[in-house]
Design a protein around this ligand. Sequence first.
Ligand code: NAD
Length: 369
Amino acid sequence: MSITKEIAVLSGDGIGPEVTSVAVKILQAVCERHDYTLKTENHEVGGASIDRFGRPLTRETLEACKKADAVLLGAVGGSQWDDQPKDKRPEAALLGLRKELGLYANLRPIKTYESLIHASPLKEEIIRDVDIMIVRELTGGIYFGRPRLIEKTDTGERGVDTLIYTTEEVKRIVHTAFETAAVRNRKVTSVDKANVLDSSRLWRRTVTESAKQWPEVTLEHMLVDNCAMQLVRYPSQFDVIVTGNMFGDILSDEASMITGSIGMLPSASLGEKHAMYEPVHGSAPDIAGENKANPLATIASVALMCRYSLDMPEAAREIEEAIETTLKDGFRTGDISTDPSREYVVDTTEMGSAVLKHLNPNLQPGTLL
Ligand code: NAD
């Protein structure tokens, strides 16, 4: 009897529904190929949930995510919800999901595709062979620390945020980073601001101590300002980068430009019991509803889901190879097209079909099952 995998699909807003529907079809295809049964349940999140239920994240959606083997998220947000109070905005759903599902480790692979080498704003010789995994701590640090407020003073106002890291939080993320590096190129770069911040000094001391459990993995420490510079100077020096919430947020967006488009970047957010997969990009309201979005980041997120949550490492490799071959064949959505006269410039569903064709050769060209 075939094993059933249950996925909660939170398409969200803007291009979210367009890219997730394609990615679900890819997942369906690999499940069929490996004799798994895929069950998907769709739930509202973000602006779509505000419109329907008055809140960006409902208890029902959260419960469905907790029950599922994994969660696939599209994107949330849009200007029509910008005037909502902070805790009612679509983006509040993301922080809620991360916190409630305990998703403390965010993995963002940054890899150069040979056929997209010209799509990056960086020089070819700098980005060739880049294969970095950024491991970002996701439920601690300055985005969650208290107190957090804006208050009146005698002379005006002051804004306060608080940066806290505990040894437990650092040990947990270091474990993820070293286990990841152990099956890659066995190098971890821990990024902090230990020359200024006490929380970073604790971070550095804890990383150094914990690293002794993985003697086969080389550890180096790097200050965040230097890391920002090294990522554009010599990015292939990195294997796994582990860092806190805010530094990881900024460095991973910087590193995204190595691949040429934010439409190429997948991510996995992992906890002890739950996991969520989503493209790095947002809801792209400027192209929403036009079937123009690049679905490859979401398709690659589904590959990560197969690897980290569904116990289907072979399916993960197949999806990643299918993406690579599709790009080699010359298929490009608008965001990654550099020479339209020599490429097939396609829309969202056609790109999905092209990937699917490599997973299911019986498919007729141009049709997405
Ligand atoms: P964005 O990532 O949505 O878009 C930035 C630019 O990249 C746009 O020009 C967009 O067209 C393009 N782009 C993004 N994804 C693409 C894709 N798959 N294919 C082709 N082009 C793509 O960022 P933004 O414009 O700053 O934010 C728009 C909304 O998304 C905001 O409401 C923001 O808060 C939200 N957002 C959500 C998430 C999330 O859900 N995880 C992440 C970032 C931003």
